[in-house]
Design a protein around this ligand. Structure first.
Ligand SMILES: Cc1cc2nc3c(=O)[nH]c(=O)nc-3n(C[C@H](O)[C@H](O)[C@H](O)COP(=O)(O)OP(=O)(O)OC[C@H]3O[C@@H](n4cnc5c(N)ncnc54)[C@H](O)[C@@H]3O)c2cc1C
Length: 222
């Protein structure tokens, strides 16, 4: 069994601590399922940025790729502190009182610092993980990066130092005096998934959809 992430000053919840876990497996599950990562960093002049991007994970390492000119990649590579978030909206919570409206969600906040990858084998594995994160089974079903593409691409690895998962679920938390009021209350769950693939018009018209794309649709439906 893996040990939980460390509880430190920056990762200790001040509000609603019962909703927060430091356990690695549930944190990993949200990171791996999340299609997007928001990466937060500050420039030396204090200006903060939060930039959405694609991510992949192996153990406690997150991988990010982009242009060698990307400010985001340079910020991760600088080794300065980074904060990443991963968020799922699971439902809108309609309460009887205006102030108790809320959202059901799963969200991870991860802290760490990064560096640029220079080792070719590590870079190749990060490319592979990134493509496989988007569509499992895709790496073997596409042309792999050539030298020019690889040279133009920066890959940064960020080691997760602390991470927390916060979850809100269930009905609204109305106060007792509102429970007999006339207003509808409950949860409107969200739905997420993929629709029928749209083939690129430049493929021969009789090209069938490959199994790994069909599988992506099936996985999203379950
Ligand atoms: C979709 C969504 C909607 C939300 N809407 C609201 C809202 O309208 N108002 C509101 O006050 N809060 C909202 N929250 C909760 C919000 O994210 C914070 O948890 C909360 O505001 C407490 O913030 P804080 O800065 O006091 O955090 P603190 O409790 O001081 O945070 C300390 C540490 O706890 C952990 N932590 C805190 N929040 C999260 C989180 N969400 N996910 C994972 N780890 C966390 C982090 O490690 C963080 O550094 C929402 C969350 C989500 C995901």
């Amino acid at each position: 069994m893996t040990c939980p992430f460390a509880k430190t000053e920056r990762s200790t919840p001040n509000r609603a601590p019962k909703r927060v876990t430091f356990e690695r497996q549930p944190v990993y599950a949200v990171i791996d399922a999340a299609p997007i990562c928001h990466v937060g960093f500050s420039l030396p002049n204090g200006q903060p940025f939060v930039i959405p991007t694609i991510h992949a994970r192996s153990g406690d390492t997150l991988y990010f790729h982009g242009s060698t000119q990307s400010r985001l990649l340079q910020a991760i590579a600088s080794g300065n502190p980074i904060c990443c978030t991963f968020t799922f909206l699971d439902g809108i919570v309609a309460a009887r009182s205006a102030m108790h409206h809320s959202m059901n969600y799963r969200s991870v906040v991860a802290f760490g610092s990064g560096h640029l990858l220079s080792d070719e084998a590590e870079r190749w594995e990060a490319f592979r993980l990134t493509v496989e994160k988007l569509i499992p089974g895709r790496w073997e079903n596409c042309r792999q990066p050539n030298e020019a593409e690889s040279k133009a691409t920066a890959i940064a690895a960020l080691r997760i130092e602390e991470a927390t998962l916060k979850v809100r679920s269930g009905p609204p938390n109305d106060v007792a005096s509102d429970l007999n009021g006339p207003y509808w209350a409950g949860v409107v769950p969200t739905q997420s998934g993929y629709s029928a693939p749209i083939p690129d018009g430049q493929m021969p018209p009789d090209t069938s959809t490959p199994p790994h794309i069909e599988q992506l649709l099936k996985n999203a439906a379950t």
